[in-house]
Design a protein around this ligand. Structure first.
Ligand code: NAD
Length: 260
């Protein structure tokens, strides 16, 4: 159990990040939540998690596209929680467009949020992890860190990038008790995916079942969504001593997608 540990989970007001934050808090870690959304809803989530788990739960609205805000969030986590022992880089956005039409500002935002933010959080967290001789860095990559799809240039580039950053950090920290891994999910049922279904039904004149099986899950051999709880269990496992020799790995949870 992570009873004396503290975690920062970026992009944890929704979806995968929220499930990971919940799993870490339930295991006894103090948690810094991060992300956007309705202030009252976020406060309700924060307070309920703190109450249920009896741990410190904070929230930072730091924008992962802004290095100065990232530095301030990391400093706040160190100061208020006492340490950052588990760092989960999970914040991410998507944009789908051919390269020649891809808005340059969307490219910059995706590279900043999905890739560079992990560099900025790591450079803040690593000195403390080294000093304490223990740490876990877990990056939410994607099947798109291993294979590509058309029209997702920035996302695929950022996710391949985070896989490389993961390996580099793992080598640098290998003798310091700090493991660095990425989890690469296939399609996970989250608000991000759910919101695309009605539009795709209209655009292609398909039923919901057809969209899910023939469009969304076309690449996923199991034809089932990964759940946020499954990703969270995997992340929690990576924090255990049993997982201390797993480092520098790109761990798929993709229903067989990247086997094909
Ligand atoms: P989501 O939209 O449910 O959650 C994204 C979270 O990131 C939210 O908390 C949001 O507020 C936060 N966020 C967005 N922009 C931010 C910014 N600039 N600064 C701070 N926080 C910001 O999405 P999700 O599906 O849970 O995705 C989480 C991660 O998992 C992403 O990195 C995504 O690429 C990855 N992923 C998702 C899937 C999937 O099928 N859902 C598959 C593979 C990988």
């Amino acid at each position: 159990p992570l009873q004396t540990r503290n975690a920062v989970v970026t992009g944890s007001t929704s979806g995968i990040g929220l499930a990971i934050a919940r799993a870490l808090a339930r295991d006894g870690a103090g948690v810094m939540l991060n992300g956007f959304g309705d202030a009252a809803e976020i406060e309700a989530i924060r307070a309920a998690l703190a109450e249920e788990c009896g741990v410190a739960v904070l929230h930072s609205a730091a924008d992962m596209a802004k290095p100065a805000e990232i530095a301030a969030m990391m400093a706040e986590a160190e100061a208020k929680l006492g340490s950052v022992d588990v760092l989960v880089n999970n914040a991410g956005i998507q944009r789908v467009s051919p390269i020649e039409d891809f808005p340059p500002d969307a490219w910059d935002a995706i590279i900043a949020i999905n890739l560079s933010s992990a560099f900025h959080t790591m450079r803040a967290a690593i000195p403390g992890m080294k000093a304490r001789g223990w740490g876990r860095i877990i990056n939410t990559a994607s099947a798109h860190s291993l294979v590509a799809s058309p029209f997702k240039s920035a996302y695929v580039a950022a996710k391949h990038g985070i896989a490389g950053l993961t390996k580099t950090a793992a080598l640098e920290l290998a003798t310091h008790g700090v493991t660095v891994n990425c989890i690469s999910p296939g399609y996970v049922w989250t608000p991000l995916v759910e919101k695309q279904i009605p539009d795709t039904m209209k655009a292609r004149n398909l039923t919901e079942a057809q969209v899910i099986n023939d469009v969304v899950l076309a690449a996923q051999p199991t034809k089932r969504f990964v759940t946020v709880e499954q990703v969270a269990s995997f992340a929690l496992y990576l924090t255990t001593e049993a997982a201390s020799q797993i480092t520098g790995a790109n761990l798929t949870m993709d229903g067989g997608w990247t086997a094909a």
